[in-house]
Ligand binder design. Structure first.
Ligand code: ZN
Ligand code: ZN
Length: 101
């Protein structure tokens, strides 16, 4: 049984493509990534470099990453709230029988 209340917003932030995701280190999208290049392997934004190649997070990266995580959290919460409201609306529609009153 399909419930049409579960239509996902098309073209919106659905499942991100693997290589188009935000930087794992600073949380910015790859074009705006502020991470320095790793002297060892000349990539930037690789969390491993911070563990294995001796790179150190700057305050800027840390804050940017924090902002990103807060954003994700807010987004997840908004989505959960939306889903909850949707579910409540559906339940309300189903539970409220107009003929009953
Ligand atoms: Zn980055
Ligand atoms: Zn590296």
């Amino acid at each position: 049984m399909t419930n049409f209340g579960w239509s996902y917003p098309a073209g919106c932030s659905g499942v991100p493509a693997d290589d188009e995701g935000p930087c794992e280190v600073c949380g910015l999208d790859p074009f705006r990534c502020i991470c320095p290049e790793c002297p060892e392997c000349s990539v930037h934004g690789d969390p491993n470099c911070y563990k294995e190649h001796g790179l150190v997070l700057t305050e800027e990266q840390r804050q940017s990453r924090q902002k990103y995580e807060a954003n994700m959290e807010a987004e997840a919460r908004a989505e959960a709230e939306w889903a909850e409201a949707e579910a409540a609306a559906n339940a309300g529609n189903a539970g409220e029988n107009p003929a009953h009153r």
